[in-house]
Design a protein around this ligand. Sequence first.
Ligand SMILES: Cc1ncc(COP(=O)(O)O)c(C=O)c1O
Length: 380
Amino acid sequence: MSPEHPGLSRETLVVHGSSRSDQRTGALVPPLVLSATFAHGNEEQLAYSRDRSPTWELLETAVAQLEGAAGAVAFASGMAGIAAALDILPMRAEVVVAQDAYTGTRDLLSHLSSTGRLLARRVDVTAPAALEEIGDAAMVWLESMGNPLLSIPDLRAWAMAAHRQGAMLVVDNTLATPLLCRPLELGADLVAHSASKHLGGHSDLMLGVVAGRDPALVARLRQHRTRQGGCPGQLEAWLALRGMRTLAVRLSRQCQTAYFLARALTNTPRVREVHYPGLLTHPQHRLAEEQLEGGFGALLALELAVDAEAAERVCTSTRIWTNATSLGSVESLLERRGRWAGEEYLPEGLIRLSCGIENQEDLLEDLGRALAQVGAGPLA
Ligand SMILES: Cc1ncc(COP(=O)(O)O)c(C=O)c1O
């Protein structure tokens, strides 16, 4: 249920929350407003498209409703939103960040640390002792699901610990989406999304959204966007709105497929470990059951007992799965994560799978054949 729309579930809200049928024409699909400027004196008090745009505002309202936020601000990409959220902090403020946070976030924080703008400290956010390590940090930066090992931090415990120390908690909710997890309800101050992933859902746009509980904080983010110009394109915002209408059905199927594959690949030759929060073997499975609703996500990671070259061979010999980065889209993607700078800490044979909406048996068969080439998986 959504607190703003009692009686309406989020599955219904994703379909109707962003659509406002046009009174004059009856059009069900919101218009794509491309105008960069607006005639003074209009009813909506729109002036210039770097400040406000009717298309972004529909998207922002839809995300805010789903996250239970006071408001949301759309940005040109997930990273633009993340950069804006970090820029709220004063000079040389300290940020505690999940050690397995998205590489782009870690890279930005390292850069900001190297210039003296901020000071970043990486911690294992699944270790209870880390809750005592916030110290004088001004912000804690977590992801509702770590990537690619799908670690699950205890968001409620982190929110309490952060607030006790006077720090703000920001949660990147890209992997879980507000359908599976709502960090603001668990105490977070801001939620960040790369809408280029699940919310858009079709690998055809770059967009970010940051939502918050405090209207003053949301206003600061909006002001940041106007000043710095990190605003999204109108078409991208419109595509994200369109994509979000099918989020519930896509995600539900993707979660089912991920669970099916995780179970089918467990205890098969040369598969050292399947990382998926839905499995009993996942270190935070219990917490995942409590904190996530309706599924354990669309991503899983396969740790193969093979070298980098063999793992790359698996990734390049599938028919349906595409060897590409990114996640959360309708088509299934896989890649060896160790290929990226910043991911060297991962086992060289670790492959991340982002499940799409194809037939799950087809996906298993395709993957099984690719794995069998290196003596791994259910067909080996
Ligand atoms: C968890 C997470 N957050 C943020 C981002 C950055 O988003 P974008 O690529 O839209 O800038 C990504 C991109 O992969 C991501 O996976």
